[in-house]
Design a protein. Structure first.
Length: 112
């Protein structure tokens, strides 16, 4: 049994925005298709992004890396999409509420 599960929302640990036409996004972002989606996710290698995607980056103050965030989202997003999708699309506000559940080791006791 895993103890010390921490529950976060994606918005707590990452920036999330709808891709803007003509804007270059840095390498490492997770792209989540929000238009006509089945939960597709792509690791972004840098450059412009199609407007049908949301761009997700781990916040600098976050304890997660972009690579880990991509891996987590890639495996957990399809089930979440089925639950929150409206028609063929998903709203950015629903992505913000995407749950991130991570086990952490117990805090060590202070030395006496």
């Amino acid at each position: 049994m895993v103890k010390n599960i921490k529950n976060y929302k994606l918005r707590d640990i990452a920036t999330i925005e709808r891709a803007k036409k003509g804007k270059d996004y840095p390498q490492g972002a997770t792209l989540i298709q929000v238009s006509a989606t089945k939960g597709q996710t792509i690791y972004h290698n840098g450059g412009k992004v199609d407007g049908k995607f949301a761009v997700v980056h781990a916040k600098k103050e976050s304890f997660l890396t972009d690579d880990f965030l991509y891996f987590y989202i890639k495996h957990a997003m399809p089930g979440y999409i089925d639950w929150v999708r409206v028609g063929l699309n998903i709203q950015i506000t629903e992505l913000e509420l995407f749950p991130i559940k991570l086990p952490f080791p117990p805090t060590p006791k202070e030395k006496r």
